[in-house]
Unconditional design. Structure first.
Length: 329
C-alpha cells in the first residue's frame, strides 16, 4: 500500500507541472507563457527566466529557438527535469508598450511549440507639468519678459539635467530658478526677434547624455514688423508647373525703418539646389518669395519645412516659417 500511495502521489504531482496540466492531443498553436514587467524606465535591460519542464518523465529536446526582433538574450540551460529559458529585452527611449517573444520548438509530439513573451510599459522618467509649455502671444512692444513656472517629477535615481535647444541664436527662452527635485521656471525675454518660438526643453536622464526627451515650447512674439500671412504654407500640384509662395512683411509703426535682408535659411531651405528665396523691397513693405528652380528634383509627396530669418535696418529680426508640400496625387 505504501508503494502504491507513493506512485499515486508522484503521478498527481507530475500532472501539475507549470504549463503541462492536461493533454488533448497535438496542437499547432503554441503554448503561451508570459511575464509583464509593468512600468519601467527607458534604457533598461530586463530579463526573466522561464521554466520548460518535462512531461510524463519523457526527456524533451529543444529543436529550434526563434526570437522576435528586439529580443535581447536567449539562453538555454538544460537541467535534470527540463530547461531554463532566459529571455531579455532592452527598453529604448520611446514611451509606450513594448513586447518581445521567443518561439521554442521541441520534439514532444503532444506540445511541440511554446511561445514565451515579455511585456513592459516604458514611462517617462521625468515628467513636466503643465503641458504643453506655451507662452501664448507676447507683444514685444509692451511686454519684455514672462516667466512660466513648471513642476518636474523625477523617477530616476539621479537628478536630470536640462537645456534649451533652439535654432535661433540667442534663444529668447532661458531656464531659471532651477530646483530639479521639484520646481523650476522658464523665462522668456523678448529680444530683437519676432515670430514663433521654435525652442525645445531637452531633459537628459543620465550623465552620458544618451537618453533624453524633448518637450516643445510654444509661443509667438509679436512686434512692430508683421508678416501677412505669418507662415508660408502651400500645396503644389505638379513639379512641372511654375510655382511661387510668398508673404508680405510690413510695419505697424511708421517710425520703424523697413530696410531688410535675408540673414539665414533654416531646415530644408538651407539646401539651395531646388528652391530660390528672394526679398523684394516695395517701399513700405517687403515681399518674401520662394520659387522653385528649373530642373528641380522634387517628386509627388515631397515636403519642404524650414524658416527664413529676416533682419531690418534697426536690428529687428523676424522668423518666417515655411511649409511647402507637393501633392501626393
Amino acid at each position: 500500500m505504501r508503494i502504491l500511495a507513493v506512485l499515486l502521489l508522484m503521478a498527481v504531482t507530475a500532472m501539475f507541472y507549470v504549463g503541462f496540466i492536461s493533454y488533448s492531443g497535438p496542437s499547432n498553436t503554441p503554448t503561451l507563457n508570459g511575464h509583464d514587467f509593468g512600468d519601467v524606465l527607458p534604457n533598461q535591460e530586463l530579463t526573466h527566466t522561464f521554466t520548460l519542464k518535462r512531461r510524463w518523465f519523457r526527456r524533451t529536446n529543444i529543436t529550434r529557438v526563434t526570437p522576435s526582433c528586439g529580443c535581447l538574450i536567449t539562453v538555454l540551460h538544460p537541467t535534470n527535469w527540463g530547461w531554463l529559458l532566459k529571455v531579455g529585452l532592452r527598453t529604448d527611449m520611446v514611451v509606450g508598450k513594448k513586447s518581445v517573444s521567443v518561439l521554442v520548438e521541441t520534439d514532444d509530439p503532444s506540445r511541440p511549440r511554446y511561445r514565451f513573451e515579455l511585456e513592459c510599459s516604458v514611462t517617462n522618467p521625468v515628467s513636466v507639468t503643465p503641458l504643453p509649455i506655451d507662452f501664448g502671444v507676447i507683444d514685444s512692444s509692451t511686454e519684455f519678459a514672462k516667466s512660466l513656472p513648471l513642476t518636474v517629477k523625477n523617477n530616476t535615481p539621479r537628478l536630470p539635467t536640462m537645456e534649451i535647444i533652439d535654432p535661433t541664436e540667442p534663444s529668447p527662452v532661458t531656464i531659471r530658478d532651477t530646483n530639479l527635485d521639484s520646481v523650476f521656471s522658464l523665462s522668456l525675454q523678448t529680444p530683437m526677434i519676432l515670430g514663433p518660438i521654435s525652442a525645445k526643453l531637452r531633459i537628459f536622464y543620465n550623465d552620458a547624455r544618451s537618453g533624453f526627451q524633448d518637450i516643445p515650447i510654444r509661443g509667438v512674439i509679436m512686434g512692430p514688423i508683421q508678416a501677412t500671412p505669418f507662415e508660408i504654407r502651400a500645396i503644389w500640384n505638379s513639379t512641372q508647373e511654375p510655382f511661387t509662395a510668398a508673404t508680405v512683411v510690413s510695419r505697424s509703426n511708421p517710425e520703424i525703418g523697413l530696410g531688410m535682408h535675408v540673414d539665414s535659411l533654416q531646415g530644408d531651405l538651407s539646401n539651395p539646389d531646388d528652391l530660390e528665396v528672394n526679398l523684394i523691397d516695395m517701399g513700405d513693405a517687403a515681399r518674401l518669395e520662394i520659387k522653385l528652380k528649373p530642373g528641380n528634383r522634387w517628386t509627388k509627396g515631397t515636403q519642404c519645412r524650414g524658416s527664413v530669418l529676416l533682419v531690418s535696418s534697426e536690428g529687428l529680426r523676424i522668423v518666417i516659417p515655411v511649409n511647402i508640400t507637393v501633392a501626393p496625387f
